[in-house]
Design a protein around this ligand. Structure first.
Ligand SMILES: [Zn+2]
Length: 332
């Protein structure tokens, strides 16, 4: 027993984030903590500012990660990067199956395809960044056979599937692979992927270069910051849990590297030279036990967004559409 505790204490001293390892020994033993390599970020991964404050903390892969708000640019970021091999095997095991893409995301794909279709000119080119096996582009292809569709994904297997099944042009790889692309696109779509990009600064610098004049970027992402802040406030004042022993942040997915607020995105798009930025409610995932409440809630959210001129988005995810000017987009 004593040996087990001493072993756990050593492990907690090695793993990142535990400034008072003694307090976590029991929890570590109960949850079978493993030795995990990780890197702490000492600055904001976007603007490099060292000025930030804590939003909350959570345990992920036996590591204590803090969610930090950058005082200068407003980015909310996880301050620890778990070893890339651990994360890679996590995603290989967690990769969503065909059923998930085809059934649960049906409405999301329909909405995004509709928005892309509206933004893309006849014969235009569309790039889906992190487009997995190409299900979104396949829906778009049905609506707009005139468009040139290009898919990018980290997974070579997913890219091969998209090329073989639908005949899309594919770019396997990360943001560095996209940097080598010389052609431009009328629409770049990133559906539920931006929060996985480790090199956010590089992505922001790249996006304007990928776009043709007058082109649009369409991003889908979670809209849960108010819930996260509300819950953290409740925890702080209710005394339910000591903040220094917090193990999870409700409404936040620990896989995500960032929470991108509206104000952060608006400022970032403006800085990158985009003139028009719109926030829309996003369609909901189809539930296993589907009933009328879901489509009804979405209709109410759309009406509220319309009445508030886009200021209020009630859905758990939102879509951001940023349009470049007809002339050119400034590089970062
Ligand atoms: Zn920053």
């Amino acid at each position: 027993m004593k040996e087990e505790r001493s072993h756990m204490l050593d492990l907690l001293r090695f793993n990142k984030g535990f400034s008072s390892p003694e307090e976590w020994v029991d929890y570590g033993i109960q949850h079978n903590f493993k030795r995990v390599r990780a890197d702490k970020l000492d600055a904001c991964p976007d603007c490099s500012s060292r000025s930030s404050r804590s939003v909350g903390q959570f345990i992920y892969y036996s590591t204590l990660v803090r969610l930090q708000l950058c005082i200068d640019c407003g980015l909310i970021f996880a301050d620890t990067r778990i070893d890339s091999q651990v994360i890679q095997s996590h995603f290989e095991n967690a990769y969503k199956d065909e059923h998930y893409f085809l059934r649960r995301r049906r409405r999301v794909f329909d909405q995004l395809a509709c928005l892309i279709s509206r933004a893309a000119p006849r014969g235009g080119r569309v790039l889906d960044v992190g487009g997995a096996k190409g299900h979104l582009l396949a829906v778009l292809q049905q609506q707009r056979p005139d468009l040139g569709l290009v898919l990018n994904d980290l997974s070579t297997e997913a890219c091969n599937h998209a090329a073989e099944c639908y005949g899309f042009e594919v770019i396997p790889g990360d943001v560095n692979a996209l940097e080598r692309v010389t052609t431009r696109f009328d629409v770049v779509v990133m559906s539920d992927v931006v929060y996985y990009e480790p090199d956010l600064k590089k992505l922001w610098a790249l996006l304007p270069r990928l776009l043709a004049p007058g082109g649009s970027i369409i991003i889908r992402m979670p809209n849960k910051l108010s819930l996260i802040k509300g819950w953290q406030l409740f925890l702080r004042f209710s005394g339910r849990e000591k903040m220094c022993m917090q193990k999870r942040i409700r409404f936040f997915n620990p896989e995500h590297l960032y929470v991108l607020s509206r104000s952060y995105l608006t400022n970032r798009f403006k800085k990158a030279g985009f003139s028009q930025i719109r926030f829309l409610p996003s369609e909901l995932l189809v539930q296993e036990q589907e009933n009328i409440r879901y489509p009804l809630f979405y209709s109410v959210a759309k009406a509220v967004s319309l009445i508030s001129l886009g200021a209020i988005v009630l859905t758990p995810s939102y879509v951001v559409i940023a349009s470049a000017s007809e002339t050119t987009v400034a590089n970062d």
